[in-house]
Design a binder for this molecule. Sequence first.
Ligand code: CMP
Length: 140
Amino acid sequence: MAATRTFSIIKPDATRRNLTGAVTKMLEDAGLRVVASKRIRMTEDQAKKFYEVHAERPFYGELVDFMTSGPVVVQVLEGEDAVKRNRDVMGATNPADAEEGTIRKAFAESIEANSVHGSDSDENAATEIAFFFSDDEIVG
Ligand code: CMP
């Protein structure tokens, strides 16, 4: 099977605790390659637009506040079946449900401060990658 790409965010709870390297190692150990990466402070406009799909959910405002509360690391990951591979190593959204050996089990503080985001489909991966990266920033 050919390599595909997915989009990942290391969230403010993880950057605050200096876990960028530890999270990235778990991604790499799961067979994913970081082909683009940058540490940014998301603007309120960016966070609102990125999470627009959740605009009607009760947690939307807090989610935007949280995602702009500190630096994040946005990454493009490549590997075989990258979307699923990344979701498997991230674990369940709610760390209380996350399995042993997953990033959220190891590091997440709560359903909101859950350390990582990962695309949920190839189509959304392409949209999310294009939201933060131009083609010439993805270097393989
Ligand atoms: P993420 O994959 O980044 O996509 C949306 C985020 O909303 C999700 O991870 C969670 O961190 C966050 N979130 C906060 N509260 C909830 C909730 N009650 N249900 C689902 N997601 C939530």
